[in-house]
Design a protein around this ligand. Structure first.
Ligand code: BT5
Length: 326
């Protein structure tokens, strides 16, 4: 079967990548089974999509650079994962990637399917809050079908995903970030990103879970209290490199959790959390509880020591105030 459209664009990029020198137009066209004119049209399309391809008469085409966009072929390039991101959907702009991924989940899309976008008009945070999603950030939603976890064990997924984000950022940029229970990613005390897990469950059985990740990379125009890697480090970063490492880290961590080996990951998460020993006010189903943050337990629940000395375990909630204990 002849490749067509987008697929041909993909094959051209692959062929140019495999060849570090110039690829003659004639050879490339015949390799793909298309005319030289059709090849030229595809090259021009790729240039419009941000690929820098030079054409030198009598020598041919050369790929100089590829764009920092979440095109499926770019996300998958040298990714090396087993199941995560085997299906990638890409949009320029959407209301929310969560909504699209949820629909894909209902339609039976395979575990590991990811939806990316460059911007969102109705990005979602937890509890109906908004996630401001200007250009320059990482925004994706990932479909997971955790077979071995009960609904009560799902809190840890959002923790291991935020840990994977920390590791991905550290590995590719050298920048140390921190976490704040349950789902914040921080750098120098400001919010850099967040994770949102939405679950489709039947009784205590999880049918699927959509994990949304938003991280401010080269973003500007952020709400107060927020920052981006660009604002923090005063330079631009390649989002694709960071994203690919985050995806690898999520896959490795998720496989461990599925095998019941989340202990080490939760301990690592705990080491990066800024809350221990601090006095918190936590909003829980409309009520405020106060206490000192002690740690998380083996399910990722927050352990809070209340003023009479007893310990509470909290599976989900909202921290409204953090104070250092005297
Ligand atoms: C979160 O919620 O931190 C989860 C954010 C998840 C966003 C991703 S992007 C891809 C996917 N598609 C979506 O529609 N969502 C997910 P929460 O803890 O509720 O934090 C929300 C609060 O963070 C808001 O009320 C603001 O105060 C603040 N905020 C909003 N946009 C922000 C941004 N870009 N950077 C930092 N803080 C922000």
């Amino acid at each position: 079967m002849k490749p067509s459209g987008k697929n041909l664009d993909y094959l051209i990029v692959q062929a140019l990548r495999d060849d570090s020198g110039y690829f003659s137009g004639e050879e490339l066209a015949s390799k793909l089974g298309i005319s030289r004119q059709a090849l030229w049209k595809h090259i021009s399309n790729l240039t419009d999509r941000g690929y820098d391809i030079t054409a030198v008469p009598h020598r041919g085409y050369k790929l100089v650079s590829s764009p920092d966009k979440f095109y499926p072929e770019e996300v998958k390039y040298k990714l090396g994962t087993k199941f995560l991101a085997t299906q990638v959907y890409y949009y320029d702009a959407v209301d929310s990637t969560q909504k699209i991924a949820w629909q894909l989940g209902l339609e039976g899309a395979p575990e590991g399917t990811i939806v990316f976008t460059e911007t969102q008009s109705k990005g979602r945070g937890r509890l109906e809050r908004k996630w401001i999603s200007p250009a320059g950030g990482i925004y994706f939603s990932l479909l997971l079908r955790p077979k071995s976890l009960l609904l009560s064990e799902i809190t840890q997924i959002s923790l291991i995903i935020s840990l994977a984000c920390l590791k991905g950022i550290k590995e590719t940029t050298g920048i140390d970030c921190q976490v704040k229970w349950p789902n914040d990613i921080l750098v120098s005390g400001k919010k850099l990103g967040g994770v949102l897990c939405e679950i489709n469950a039947e009784a205590d059985r999880v049918l699927f879970l959509i994990a949304g990740v938003g991280i401010n990379i080269n973003s500007k125009d952020l709400p107060s209290g927020a920052t981006s890697l660009h604002l923090y480090a005063k330079k631009k970063f390649r989002r694709l490199d960071i994203t690919q490492e985050i995806i690898r880290q999520i896959e490795a961590a998720y496989l461990k959790v599925q095998q019941g080996e989340s202990g080490e990951l939760l301990a690592e998460w705990s080491k990066s959390c800024i809350l221990w020993g601090k006095h918190l006010e936590l909003k829980l189903s409309g009520k405020i509880i106060e206490g000192t943050a002690v740690n998380i337990d083996d399910k990722g629940y927050l352990i809070l020591r209340v003023d009479n000395g007893t310990q509470h375990k909290v599976s989900a909630g909202d921290i409204v105030k953090v104070r250092s204990c005297r």
